[in-house]
Design a protein around this ligand. Structure first.
Ligand code: PMP
Length: 450
């Protein structure tokens, strides 16, 4: 459509226009209601139309909307940084604000490189990442992302490649099971370090629960503890990309708390401002900050809109709502309920191979027939898009994810409703999901099960 502001990412998609939202519901311009079962892209974690956030943003807009970060600081950004330091574990005390998850990942990489330069170890430049991961869409962040479909077209510009398998127990790359596997997927990090030479490795980056590229893969017990040990033993920084998992999404402020693991750098995005205004934060340890301070005393990064007062005010208000309404504890509790209901669906529908995740970041992986095997549907069935389209028609929004070690040979969706979803609303969501799966089964019976 000429004049449309949207360059549509999927050219054959017919996009409806959303006119407004309220709580967990979105309404299109024709008046149809949708349960926002994925909080958009796992973003709108306190739902739509939150009065406290709107008021805080209006108030800030009346004071100042923009100051340039290298000329001035501003009060909401300072207060937000203090709040994040109080929320984050141990000495993760220093925030550097940018506008998106991708920018935050790029900034974290730069900070890691700078840290080793200031320590006189400038050869430590390599960042190790995992297959089946997503760290962002810009060239640097995409370089680290282990998602072959997203990488393929831009391969010539990608700087590095993921080197380590994901902790994907449903399709263990070694065909082992936990705990007798001895966490071979974690030990792979040591192999990758040995191959590169630890004198060249600056950091390891991972999403605590694999979201966009893995349908909420949560690792087995002991995995991150072992990863952190390997990082310590080899003098490698551990970067936790909590863009999707942070700010309460998994039932903890930071998902790494589930594994009692404190990274050297933690990245928040998405849920930090719950979609009210773009902001992301790179939170670094005292050691990293002091080392850079003693050296060049300048983090060599930043964007025009870094630490934007308007976005900082929105994020601060969001964190206050999360705190006041105990939404992190609520997410943990209601996530257990939703997970139980998904497990019931798994019993009923043989097209569900696995349900997984933590808190309110849950995933469903689809297979041709779980009673026979974990074989995925043929790729040309486009099951992920079939399910998300059927659900949307019935009034439920799901996030299309993917499955399979390289993200090509499997289908998955994410369920990640706003953290303040009630039990009644969970029942409604599951009822629509049930209708969706019934409809999909009917269609698949006609098509053949693959
Ligand atoms: N890291 C993770 C773990 C993500 O899930 C995403 C977004 N899906 C990003 C980074 C990139 O964030 P953004 O889209 O805000 O650039």
């Amino acid at each position: 459509m000429p004049g449309s502001y949207l360059i549509k990412p999927v050219l054959d998609g017919s996009y409806k226009e959303i006119s407004h939202g309220n709580g967990i519901y979105l309404y299109d311009s024709e008046g149809k209601a949708y349960i926002d079962g994925s909080s958009g892209a796992v973003t709108c974690s306190i739902g739509h139309g939150c009065k406290e956030v709107i008021e805080a943003m209006n108030e800030q807009a009346g004071k100042i909307s923009f100051v340039y970060r290298s000329q001035f600081t501003n009060q909401p950004a300072e207060e937000l940084a203090d709040k994040l330091a109080a929320m984050a574990p141990e000495d993760l005390n220093w925030s550097f604000f940018v506008n998106s998850g991708s920018e935050a990942v790029e900034t974290a990489v730069k900070i890691a490189l700078q840290y080793w330069q200031e320590k006189g170890q400038g050869r430590k430049t390599h960042i190790i990442s995992r297959w089946m991961s997503y760290h962002g869409i810009t060239i640097g962040a995409l370089s680290l992302s282990g998602h072959t479909e997203r990488r393929r077209r831009f391969f010539s510009h990608l700087e590095s490649s993921p080197a380590v398998s994901p902790p994907y127990c449903y399709r263990c790359p070694y065909q082992l099971s936990h705990p007798s596997c001895g966490l071979k997927c974690a030990e792979e990090l040591q192999t990758a370090v040995d191959r590169t030479g630890k004198e060249h490795v600056a950091a390891f980056i991972a999403e605590p629960v694999i979201g966009a590229a893995g349908g909420a893969i949560s690792p087995p017990e002991g995995y991150y503890q072992r990863i952190k040990e390997i990082c310590n033993e080899n003098a490698i920084l551990f970067i936790a990309d909590e863009v999707m998992t942070g700010a309460g999404r998994t039932g903890k402020a930071f998902a790494m708390e589930h594994w009692q693991t404190v990274p050297d750098i933690s990245i928040l995005g998405k849920g930090l401002s719950a979609g009210y205004s773009p902001i992301a934060s790179v939170i670094v340890s005292d050691d990293i900050l002091c080392t850079i301070k003693k050296g060049s005393n300048l983090i060599m990064s930043g964007h025009t809109y870094s630490a934007n007062p308007q976005s900082a005010a929105a994020a601060l208000a969001v964190l206050k709502v999360i705190e006041k309404e105990n939404l992190i504890q609520h997410a943990e509790k209601i996530g257990i309920l939703l997970m139980k209901k998904l497990q019931n669906l798994k019993e009923e529908f043989s097209m569900i191979g696995d349900v997984r995740g933590k808190g309110l970041l849950l995933g469903i992986e689809f297979v041709a027939n779980s009673e026979i095997s974990a074989k995925p549907f043929p790729k040309d069935y486009n099951i992920t898009s079939l399910i998300t389209r059927l659900a949307q028609d019935l009034g439920l929004l799901l996030y299309p994810s993917s499955a399979g070690i390289d993200g090509r040979e499997g289908d998955a969706v994410l369920l990640a409703p706003p953290l303040n979803i009630t039990e009644v609303e969970v029942n409604k969501l599951v009822s629509i999901l049930h209708q969706t799966l019934k409809k999909a089964e009917e269609m698949l019976t006609v098509m053949g099960r693959g």
